[in-house]
Design a protein around this ligand. Structure first.
Ligand code: AMP
Ligand code: ZN
Ligand code: FE
Ligand code: FE
Length: 284
């Protein structure tokens, strides 16, 4: 079972990289992708946790904004983690998440919600890429909402008056940086319209021109219709088709392996990286 998109406590998941690797192996995953938001800080722990024939695909989910202001998540996989340019791009994104969080808290406080940056800091694992789910956890702790889901539904979604974006690269720039670092790019949940505004079909051509390799079609946030439309886009542009869980531990309902990628599609994607970078532990 191939699941290329999961999160850990290095961003807004609730399992450590070590726990994630253990749970993935137990769930029958054979190829696991690590895709923490704007960070590669879990790579080492996950690599050290390998104890079976599980194969690890190191990556990151890069937050992007199109020139029209549409939020796009770009999965970068199999890139060289030591590449300066990509690490700078990820660090810049992480940095802007702090003032952005302060603004969201200001907005909430102005509307009478009793929440502070200290509350959010307490709900954020050390070193994690700061995100709205940590704010959601703080709101749960303060009994302002009951769950992350309720926090997003009522207060934190992209269409909410409290929402603030953070500075991010364009998806084209992210794709180019990932490619320069030897990796491959797959656009995550591109038609998940219930999350907010989505890109239109014509944008895919510009992404392909920048070097996009694949589309995440099978994802819980895509309706049947959205999947069908994306399959047609993938076919017409000869893009790799992936499916993945976007697992976040207990932070979301998504279960490991609930959506998966076909072996053939994965092999094609992997062959597009400039080096073989899948991590595996060779059995003696
Ligand atoms: P941010 O990176 O701060 O913009 O937050 C986006 C993250 O929030 C995404 O990775 C999602 O996993 C998470 N998210 C979005 N909607 C929900 C939801 N309804 N419940 C829990 N987490 C969510
Ligand atoms: Zn997330
Ligand atoms: Fe995402
Ligand atoms: Fe994700």
């Amino acid at each position: 079972m191939i699941d290329l998109h999961t999160h850990t406590t290095c961003s807004d998941g609730t399992d450590s990289p070590l726990m994630l690797v253990k749970k993935a192996a137990a769930a029958g995953i054979t190829v696991l992708g690590l895709a923490d938001h704007d960070s590669t800080s879990g790579w080492e722990e996950a690599t050290n946790a390998l104890h079976s024939d599980l194969q690890l695909v190191l990556g990151s989910e890069v937050s992007c904004l199109t020139e029209d202001g549409v939020a796009v998540h770009m999965l970068g996989m199999l890139f060289d983690g030591k590449d300066d340019e990509i690490q700078r791009l990820l660090a810049d994104s992480r940095d802007t998440r702090i003032p952005r969080m302060r603004k969201m808290i200001e907005n909430l406080r102005a509307a009478g919600y009793d929440i502070t940056i200290e509350d959010v800091a307490q709900s954020t694992p050390e070193g994690a890429t700061l995100g709205r789910p940590h704010l959601a956890d703080a709101l749960v702790k303060k009994k302002i909402v009951k769950s992350r889901d309720e926090a997003f539904a009522d207060l934190l979604n992209n269409d909410s008056p409290f929402y603030v974006t953070h500075l991010s690269p364009t998806p084209e720039d992210a794709i180019r940086a990932i490619r320069k670092a030897g990796g491959v790019s797959v656009i995550a949940h591109p038609f998940a319209s219930r999350r907010g505004q989505i890109i239109d079909e014509s944008t895919f051509q510009s992404l392909v021109a920048a070097g996009l390799n694949g589309i995440e079609v099978y994802h819980r946030d895509h309706s049947e219709d959205e999947r069908n439309q994306l399959m047609a886009v993938a076919r017409s542009l000869d893009l790799v088709v992936t499916g993945s869980s976007d697992y976040h531990g207990t932070g979301k309902l998504n279960q490991l392996g609930e959506n998966t990628t076909d072996r053939q599609e994965w092999e094609r994607l992997e062959s597009m990286a400039n080096e073989r970078r899948v991590v595996q532990r060779w059995m003696k």
